[in-house]
Design a protein around this ligand. Structure first.
Ligand SMILES: [Fe+2]
Length: 278
């Protein structure tokens, strides 16, 4: 199974820009790249923060683009999203029966679980008892290996301003996941706008950059004021294999030089040593 993971697109309708960048243009460029190189993907998942201010016109801008996608897509919500506005434009958006934008389904021999971690009125994530009960029932349905998708990370990254708005009830979430942990193969995350990987209770995760603005690597305590940056955007291309999960970041706007690395065995040492400057 091949999955394209996109996160934190933060759309605002053109001609507006956001932190000096055009999120619609960024999303368009990502789609061009995905269509050119990864149109064979089984699924594209956007792990939340679809619209920066959760406004209907931003979701309409998203709708125009989603309707042209050649890859099946799942759209999740993040702290910046508004469920009612999303449903106004996307009446087919996920619904768990309790109004939360979440679902799970079997695909490629896996249970794919898409969580709604938004906490109303806060940028921090939370997963209330209603959602925990839903999740426990979903996971109890069958025994396939599990792939999880969440907006808020259940871990602390060391970036103090983002840790202040991370998943607040990760321990309660873990209590529900723990009986199934042996079959959870990977967790896909957004929210922090940085490339971060590691594991949580031994389960691997990948957190990837957003498509518009980023959060720089600031590990010294800086309170709750979130630093921003114009580091490059990326999406990830994921291979779900029988014995591995492989996550490639694709910095799709990157235009630096491409050249063959042929060693001196082929072209001679002078090829590498005498490489002309750009
Ligand atoms: Fe975000």
């Amino acid at each position: 199974m091949k999955i394209v993971h996109v996160t934190d697109i933060h759309l605002v309708p053109q001609p507006a820009t956001l932190y000096g960048l055009d999120p619609c243009a960024r999303f368009d460029a990502a789609i061009v790249s995905i269509h050119a190189d990864h149109s064979d993907a089984d699924l594209m998942v956007i792990t939340g923060d679809l619209a920066h201010w959760g406004e209907v016109p931003a979701y309409q801008a998203l709708r125009q683009r989603i309707d042209l996608l050649k890859v099946p897509v799942v759209m999740m919500v993040g702290n910046h999203d508004d469920r009612a506005s999303l449903r106004t434009v996307f009446p087919e958006a996920m619904d768990d029966g309790n109004g939360f934008v979440q679902s799970s389904r079997i695909e490629g021999g896996h249970r794919l679980v898409f969580l709604d971690t938004k906490q109303e009125g806060s940028h921090a994530g939370a997963y209330c008892q209603t959602r925990l009960t839903w999740l426990a029932e979903e996971l109890a349905q069958s025994n396939e290996p599990i792939l999880m998708f969440m907006h808020h990370p259940p871990i602390l990254t060391g970036i103090s301003s983002m840790d202040a708005i991370t998943q607040q009830d990760a321990d309660a979430l873990w209590q529900v996941l723990q009986p199934h942990s042996h079959r959870i193969r990977h967790i896909f995350l957004g929210h922090v706008h940085r490339p971060i990987s590691g594991n949580w209770h031994g389960i691997s995760f990948s957190l990837i950059p957003g498509l518009n603005h980023q959060v720089p690597l600031e590990l010294s305590p800086h309170g709750e004021d979130i630093p921003g940056s114009h580091e490059p955007p990326a999406y990830s291309v994921v291979s779900i294999n029988a014995d591995s999960v492989v996550v490639h970041l694709n910095y799709f706007l990157e235009e630096s030089r491409r050249f063959p690395l042929d060693g001196y065995e082929i072209k001679g040492r002078d090829y590498a040593l005498g490489f002309p400057a750009e």
